[in-house]
Ligand binder design. Sequence first.
Ligand SMILES: [Ca+2]
Length: 357
Amino acid sequence: MKKSISVITILVMVLSMLSGAVFVSAEEATPTTGAEVMALLIGSSNAIIDDTMAMIDPDNENVTPIIVEDRTLVPLRFISESFGAEVAWDGETRSITLTLDDIEVKMAIDSNEYYINGELNEMDVPAQIIEERTLIPLRAMVESLGKNVFWDSRGLIIISTDVMPEADEDDLAAMIEAISTGVMPELPEPSEEPEPSESPEPSESPEPSESPEPAVITVTASKYEIADHGTYLPENTLDGDMSDGSSWRAEYEDESDGEWIMFDLGEVRDVASIDIAFFKGAERKYKFDILVSVDGKEFTAVSTGITNSGNIDGMETYEIDEEGIRFIKIVGYGNDSPGAPKWTNIIEVELLFSSQS
Ligand SMILES: [Ca+2]
């Protein structure tokens, strides 16, 4: 079955929308392996990274960008790591070293001074710890990373590797709404290449009526891992790549509370089942729930406390059999391996629809 993945990233959205906006253009952007663009909102614990919704701190919804002394402060580690930077903390001197490509930035808590490659710079307000996280002024953040920034008076902040053109008021409002609610906006389906009609033998292989082409599926998660060895984004579960590194993974920190990944079908559909391939599925049994929702707010449990077989590397099918749903959420509670018991690690997911809906 052909994959239908949301290829409209927020980057595209941003590129097509910003106009007449206020810009601070930092130094020429440096290429990185991290995100291209991020959107944040003052007072919100959500952030959009490329086309994925994430929480700044999944354990603490009080970690948000805030205004202090008329200056916007933003969470240093979350933003830095999302853009591929490394952040080192020295507890003794309460200082931070941020490394991105050939940039090295040094700063200290409660100090207004910071150094970009040894050159002294000054922040309007000092780096400070709030809710156990380091926050620094937005301008110092983007200048440290060599990024561009856009903001508006409603508290929307967009940090981008590329310079951002043209803004549309409706799109800005949609982004603010998305970050406020934690639900990605519905985006139009990208214009697809027409199916090749070259085949000399027509209707040789009729499409199974079981799986009509879905609308754009978008995926979000409670959290995900960015590490030196890989970036385990939720959209890795929809990329058709079954290799180990192409997975979403998240570690939960509280027994009572799993980590989730959620698929938004973009429209209400009848869902027959979901195929899930777990990392090391032939060795590990992962415990998880499957929930569904019409509106993305009220969820109904389809299965709770189930596991994969623990002896199959590859897709296994789980019944859903729900009509008229739009959101499918998998909540993971880790697995039975002694080495990494708190991790949920999903390589690939495929949804099967029961009828044209
Ligand atoms: Ca994958």
